[in-house]
Design a protein around this ligand. Sequence first.
Ligand code: ZN
Ligand code: ZN
Length: 170
Amino acid sequence: MDNADYLDVALRLANADLADVAALRAALHDEPWWSSRATSEDVSALRQVATDLRSALAAAVAGDGDGVLAGVNALLAAHPPRPRLSGHSGTWHVHVAEASAPPATEVAAAAAWGLAQGVVRYGLERWGRCAAEGCGNYFLDGSTNRAKRFCSVKCANRMHVAAFRSRTRP
Ligand SMILES: [Zn+2]
Ligand SMILES: [Zn+2]
């Protein structure tokens, strides 16, 4: 994985519904190395990490630099990345935990590292929280005019349909 992937892990974990192992697997779908080994203990461990990620992201959305520093550094201290070279799938790549570590250990370290690198790369200008009713997902706004309001096309469509209905209601 590269830093963009780690940031994606941070956002997916922050926005995940961690009700059970299936929900965690869904959030980690692109990473079979983690999702295939995930257990309910990983889900319990990652709930707190997700809460801490959301606090740090809320600080970023608010432009609160001190809050971002405190939140991200607490995550890095609690879940330090431990880089290990690996060749298990026939391609050389780096993991951020020992191979014997449970998935939660590596997912938490990947998310902490990803969020830190995301702030390094994008500063505090591009973080947002979905404006769709009942969503509240965090996102990174990659648009040139920085006008993104929704986390996904799905949420944008849902809100546009709702707005249209309220305009055309007799
Ligand atoms: Zn691997
Ligand atoms: Zn949304």
